[in-house]
Design a protein around this ligand. Sequence first.
Ligand code: FES
Length: 316
Amino acid sequence: MACHVDFKGEQLVLVAEGQTLLDASLKAGIPHYHACGGKGKCTTCRVRVLTGQEHLTPETHAEKTIRAVRHFPGNVRLACQAQVIGPDVQVQRLIKDDADRFIFLNGEQENITEVTGERRKMALFFIDIRNFTPFIEAHLPFDVIHIMRRMFSLTRNAIEQYDGRIIDTAGDGLYAVFGMETKIRKATESAVLAGLKILEDVKIFNNTYMRPYFNHNFEVGIGVHVGKVIYGNVGIGLNNNLTVMGYPVNIAARLQAATKEVNNSFVISQRAYSLLKNPPYSLDSAMLSLKGVRTEFEVQLIGKPYQYANSAAQSK
Ligand code: FES
């Protein structure tokens, strides 16, 4: 049976019985945004059913789960889940604006998985050079660039040696992930080994290069956490590069920032620590209050207390 669905204010679309609202609208050329690729894992495809609610299939498990979290009214459905089973349905897309249209039109030609991203458990790794500003203040710009490149390559080598992938760099820090192709336990081991190697390599770099030639000692802060993230080319950033994002990423970034507060160069969440088969020696554990996290967050301190980073400018 062929039915009609009226996408209010947009188009009257001929729909085959059993076709989802999303499939119907996309086939009709409506720029219906669907951030998770139609898997019932986001809310961007949601519609308000104005008439003909009874001509749609019952709520799916995915919809029930999302409704419980977002408290949507009963007439709001996910277009990728609701199939049409009768005539005369009228719906109104709820997320639509020019920015969505732009994203849709620029991404829709590409592979849908690439554009919308995949969910995966990964180890998230943030590192920052602790005492870079005093170094910049005391040295010539080209010396600074040269040393920054040395530090970056030292960090990158360790991350890549353990199959990590650098996602972003900003100022004197960077963000990497482990577990693009491995299970979470192995990914966490790798992130920790890469971090410990960086701490060791920085020490050697200070002894053999920085102190003799620049009278300076670098120290770094590392934060590691694990969790489910979205990864893929989600159309963020100028070069449309790989993006990995999600709440656990923010936590990992905050753990890195907390290295100052707890005076330890490597802070790992208890959740990540518990995944390690041979956990490194932990100097201490701590309960941290992280911005945006309701309850206190347990961490292990597996680095060293800072020797230089908390003192005044050290080099001239
Ligand atoms: S597209 Fe994500 S829930 Fe429908």
